[in-house]
Design a protein around this ligand. Sequence first.
Ligand SMILES: NC(=O)c1ccc[n+]([C@@H]2O[C@H](COP(=O)([O-])OP(=O)(O)OC[C@H]3O[C@@H](n4cnc5c(N)ncnc54)[C@H](O)[C@@H]3O)[C@@H](O)[C@H]2O)c1
Length: 439
Amino acid sequence: MEDIIGSLVDKIKKRQAYISVIGLGYVGLPLIKVFLNKGFRVLGFDVDQKKVESLNSGISYIRHVTAEDLKTFLERNKFHATTNAAELTEADVILICVPTPLDSHWNPDLSFVLNTTQVIANNMRRGQLIVLESTTYPGTTEEEMLPILESKGFKVGKDFLLAYSPERENPGDKEFTTSKIPKVVGGVTSRCLKTAKTLYDQIVVQTIPVSSPRAAEATKLLENIFRSVNIALVNELKIIFDRMDIDIWEVIEAASSKPFGFMRFSPGPGYGGHCIPVDPFYLSWKAKEVDYPTRFIELAGQINTQLPYYVIEKTIEGLSQQNKSLGNARVLILGVAYKKDVDDQRESPALKIINLLQKRNAKVDYNDPFVPRLMGYREYPEMKLKSVPLSVTQLKKYDAVIIATDHSDYDFEWIADNSRLIIDTRNAVKKKRKNVVKA
Ligand SMILES: NC(=O)c1ccc[n+]([C@@H]2O[C@H](COP(=O)([O-])OP(=O)(O)OC[C@H]3O[C@@H](n4cnc5c(N)ncnc54)[C@H](O)[C@@H]3O)[C@@H](O)[C@H]2O)c1
């Protein structure tokens, strides 16, 4: 095996290793782009036939991987996508970027990772490096994946290599693109670690080795729990300060002048995306094994998921000052993506706000330059709306406009000039105005 590992490391350094990425979504596709840009040949594998066909015909469905990017590599035979798992046998490296959601009882749903691991085991050959990148609880790589991969008689560290390296993709971030974000890596054996580190050294600014896959899995959870807890903290302070007639945004701005010991987090209408609302609960579940309740995680989750109700409360207050009730109001939501300048609606608080407004009989429309059609995502499959155009005539139709996501394309002062009432959850309107309620 020494030779097989030696030759894999050599192939990686010469950028001749054949890379495969499983799961061609928000994480997998940008990762493929980086490997292609660094000169590797890449295979994309997904169970979604439509995505595979789309990529093979040069059409991207993710903003920051363009058709131009794809076309060049398809023409040079450097990339193709497939649903045929047998092709994975040819790959030297297999990177796994499949979803890790929660099930309906808020327990980790590892089925995507486990199914993928089984598919790899069925098509494995000696000398392959397998790395899980999906966010998950400590122990997944060694306790869940390793037994499946070794079930066919191959031995880790001898016949194949296994590591965990969390993806830190930040969609929409123009400064920290995939290759500019350092990557943490933990290997099952020292050979696994060395080989995985060599791989990531080719594509990112810095690779940080840790002692085990468990440490790497825990690192990713710490990062996301840190965000979830701090977002909850500023959101709770927002509500308290509002009752004291103190503007949280002014306070955050002032506190941010402290050059040490403070990190800025922004309040909002709740939290969204596939990561922050979901990943912390992977640890809550696992922590039960060691008989410890994850109180910070639970509390942060409770506060953040209640935020849409606060926005509704503020909308009712604002409307009542204009002698209007929510039940016969027309409301426009600005921005339904979970954050600025992306098209991702997963777990977006805007969807919950729309749902709560509709339940209270308000008539709701939305505008989002990134989301022409709202599909309601997982929780609200019946929510099918089309983005309405933004014009003075249109704005004047609404009793309230809720700014849920502050996309850069919006001119908020113009929007405020032409709206009766604004409920601003992002501090997007800077000028002090009578028709703006901060929420
Ligand atoms: N989106 C982010 O910003 C982000 C950031 C860091 C980490 N992550 C983590 O990365 C992982 C992937 O997230 P994502 O946002 O890219 O998800 P995604 O839903 O955009 O993409 C996942 C892809 O995997 C495919 N897939 C599902 N089951 C499969 C299987 N058995 N075999 C092959 N393909 C399969 C799906 O069809 C889909 O194309 C998750 O664990 C997530 O927590 C996401």
